[in-house]
Design a protein. Structure first.
Length: 378
């Protein structure tokens, strides 16, 4: 039996190859709700544009992605000297952890697994601090945990809850961290997919703040990998001097240059995500089967109202019907009742709702012979 929550991915969604081997060995397709990528896909014309550039891969890419860095500086209104580009947000998270070597890393729970993986690879102690869904946020409680040499990681909007935290609360945490000699890394990978860019801290000039942003999410480029970090000028200069000058490959650079000019595509994306998120919230709440944590990003966290619900069985049942959802029971603080779903186009969203209804109508017959205890991530 093939696992889709394994040590290769740290439990991430979007491992379609493993999912297809497990549930569709005959070559059937899966509608992937486990990965939170722009539902419109890449901007129109991008694939053809990159195909025409393939002969140029015989040369090295531009060091430090200079041209793209300049374009992103203007697009996001960040001084170019604060920008560090990388092979996706994950690579930058690992790079900064390995370079900074923090004594202790404070990681939100539940949240993205890569923070813990990067911290442990860097030899740091890892301590969770709770940010449970549906509970009010108290920045003073988080600040009270900080000590000298710590790195506080914050995900905004949080993954998987989708909650967007206010800039004022994060500024409080930033000030508390500075007072005690700690640093903060804020992962804003999904802010470009919200209608609240004003909550970002990427514009700040602080010597103890890093902001990480994935560009593969908003531009639909997970296979190419592209992201940036905004940080202290002196530290960005040092990493640029001593680090790998070719972190961003040729095609990813050209894709970024193409995408950054497609402003109407971003507008269309935000309108679609906002409309379809509200649609999914309403429809799932109407079922009476789930509590929906609304969030602000292009995904939703759902908690089954039935304590006997097992997300493992639900995921397997829908996958056999060609729909893949993200189990959330391997996020710290969440149990066998939780799942995360991406916001997609209306046709796909209707498919998810229909297959969910079908599963509940037939779950007694399908799962009685295969029920297992919760918490199994195989």
């Amino acid at each position: 039996m093939v696992s889709i929550n394994n040590d290769e991915t740290g439990g991430h969604g979007g491992d379609l190859a493993a999912a297809l081997r497990r549930w569709n060995p005959s070559g059937g397709a899966l509608v992937d709700f486990s990965s939170n990528i722009n539902p419109l896909g890449p901007p129109p014309g991008l694939i053809e544009h990159l195909a025409a550039l393939l002969p140029e891969i015989i040369a090295y890419p531009t060091p430090q992605a200079r041209e793209l860095r300049d374009k992103l500086s203007a697009f996001f209104e960040i001084p170019v000297e604060k920008l560090l580009l990388g092979n996706g947000a994950n690579e930058l998270i690992h790079l900064l952890m390995l370079w900074q070597r923090p004594r202790r890393v404070l990681v939100p729970a539940p949240s993205f697994s890569e923070y813990e993986r990067a911290a442990k690879l860097a030899g740091a102690l890892v301590e969770y601090y709770p940010l449970p869904p549906g509970i009010s946020f108290d920045p003073e409680k988080v600040a009270a945990r900080l000590g000298q040499g710590d790195l506080l990681v914050f995900c905004n909007p949080n993954n998987p809850t989708g909650r967007l935290y206010q800039r004022s609360d994060l500024l409080f945490l930033l000030g508390a961290a500075k007072k005690c000699g700690a640093e903060i890394m804020i992962d804003e990978s999904f802010i470009p997919l919200t209608v609240s860019p004003e909550e970002s801290l990427r514009d700040l000039q602080c010597d103890n703040l890093w902001v990480i942003v994935s560009l593969t999410k908003i531009w639909g480029l997970p296979g190419l990998r592209l992201g940036y970090a905004s940080g202290p000028v002196n530290k960005v200069k040092e990493i640029s001097r001593w680090g790998d000058p070719w972190r961003v490959n040729f095609l990813a650079q050209k894709a970024g240059l193409y995408c950054v000019e497609r402003k109407s595509y971003i507008k269309d994306t935000l309108e679609l995500v906002e409309k379809e998120r509200k649609f999914l919230i309403r429809r799932f709440e109407e079922t009476g089967k789930f509590r929906v944590y609304e969030g602000s990003a292009n995904y939703l966290l759902l908690e089954a109202t039935d304590p006997l619900f097992r997300i493992k069985e639900f995921q397997e049942g829908l996958a056999r019907r060609g729909v893949l959802v993200r189990r959330a029971d391997n996020f710290p603080g969440l149990d066998h009742r939780f799942m995360r779903i991406a916001v997609k186009k209306r046709q796909d969203n209707l498919r998810l709702l229909q297959e969910t209804e079908n599963w509940f109508a037939n779950s007694g017959r399908e799962t009685n012979s295969t029920k297992q205890p919760g918490g199994d991530h195989s």
